[in-house]
Structures are given as structure tokens and as C-alpha cells.
Design a protein around this ligand. Sequence first.
Ligand SMILES: [Zn+2]
Length: 338
Amino acid sequence: MGVAGKDSSEQEESINLFETTLMKEAMGSISEKAEKLLHNQLEVWQLAQTNYRNLSTVRSKEFDFGNFKVRVQFNPGRIQSSAAKVDAKSISERKCFLCPANLPKEQEGIDIDNKYQILVNPFPIFPEHFTIPAYDHTDQLILDRYEDMLTLSQLLDRYSLFYNGPKCGASAPDHMHFQAGIKGFMPIEHDVENVGKRELVQLEDLTVYALDNYLRNSFLICSQDKDKSVRFFSELYHALEIRAGEPEPMMNIIAWYGNGMFHTVVLPREQHRPACFFACGGDNILISPASVDLGGVFITPQEKDFEKITAKDIENILKEVCVSDVKFETIIESLMIR
Ligand SMILES: [Zn+2]
């Protein structure tokens, strides 16, 4: 630990992402280190301590949609993230909060192969919540990083990893990062077993499903073989639309590893923010959906929204920000042709 700045000499903690023998040893131990890091940081870092303590007072309610549920949480600590300005001008005018040089003085990290570091997220949603930025200040782009995401999900097998695209909830679209939250918090990890799904691909070591009965049209990729997941992800990526002026297809990704299997849910996006985010007066709901919301936990940083949000609002928001049924079928068709 203690490697929040890149110059640290504690190289013995460095894990080579691509050494499988090391990987076997590292699995579990990195989860353990992360848990320890959080514990240690809470002792010395006032802001993190206050914000994690406040999590215990977060109000929560649940909506039942039949074979899955969506939880809504009133979490005022998330206002900065939900209302974050992520246009190019605002981004260029602020100091990047994920660059090693700008991290808070209390912040420590766990180095991963000199490429990423695991940091405690001081504005938590999960009772254990980490941000995993690359050291380099480089754009948030997934195609060449998805393999790393799977590797990290294996290293951090107590946690689910998630990726918010630059226009899909990332509050630092200019600095590559993943996040990780303790497993068991996002309903999606279990929902994928219970909701209706359509098998698209069934090969040895790779199964892909369309989740088309889940209010959010999405893909579930399951494989014991990381390379096969990576290959399929690349095909899916290329079947998605990249809009003019945007660097990659809009998407959120949630990935976790368990029982020898890599699980990934890819949620292609239609919109960054729903109409209610921009609405005036009584119609306004300040919600800016990202992976955690699409994972089944809606975060409302304002109490008024927590009070008034209905099952219909949740349905509308999910349908608005995810791709339509028609577009989803087009993506599937294009995948099948490839
Ligand atoms: Zn940066």
C-alpha cells in the first residue's frame, strides 16, 4: 500500500496482470488487501470516515417488478456525481481528481502491475467501494481495456467491477477508470439468473444471452475463458453504433467473477440522462443513471426525488436511457451476421 503516487518504491506489491501463476496466488489476496485498505483508510481519512459512516443512515426502498426488484436509495453524498458537469469545457477547466498528483494527501492505493491502482472511493454508494484508475491521464475508453476489466474482476473476486462510458455516468471521462463494489449489493448479479433471457450464442466455454425482459435491453456474456469473452465483447462493440463526435458506443458494463466463470453484462445506452433530469418543477427527478442504477440500485441524491419516485418513473427512466427494442434487435441481427 502507500502507492497513490506513482513514484513509490513499494514494487513488491505490484501484480503482473498477465502472469497466470501469479494470478492464482493474487486472487483472493487482492480482495483481502482491498478490504484492509478500506479499513486502514477509514482510520486516518476524515472525509472517507464520515461518508462511510453516513451510509448507514441512507434511506432505501424497493420496487417489485415481478422476477426482479429495483432499490432506490436517498444518498445526498452523491450529489456531485449525479449533477457532475462532464462537457469538454468543464472538464478542461478542472484539475483531474484521478491523476496521482492530485489525489488527496490521505489517499493510499494498491498497485496493480504499475498500470492501475485500487483506491477507496471517498463518496461511496457501496459499503465497500473502490475506484480503480489507470495511472496515466488517458481517456475513458473500453475496447482495449475490457480484458483488464475481466482480470481485475478475477483479482477482486469479492467485488463486482463496473465501467461507466464517458457519456454514461463517468464523472472523469478524461481519465480511464473502473470502479468496484462489494458483491451482493447490486441486484443484477442475481437477476440475471431469474429474468427471462434469450440464448444468442452457445459454444463450448462461451454463452451469450439477450436480456430482453428486464426493462433494460442488455447482453449477458458468460465464459470460463477470458479470451473468448474478450473476443465476443469486441464483436459486440463493433456491432454498436458510435455517434458522430463520440469516441465509443455508449454503454455501461458490470462484470464479476465467481465459480470459475467470468460474467459480464453489457448495457448499450441510448441517452446519457433521462428527460426527468432536465424537467422543471414537479416533473424534475435528479437522477443520472450509471452502472449502479442499471444494476438495480437507483441513487437519488435529493430527498424530494426519493419520496416521489414511482415504479412507472423507474420503468420510464430505464427504457429511455437504454436502447429501444427495435435497436436491440438490429444489434443482435448484426452480431449474428458477423
Ligand atoms: Zn487524470
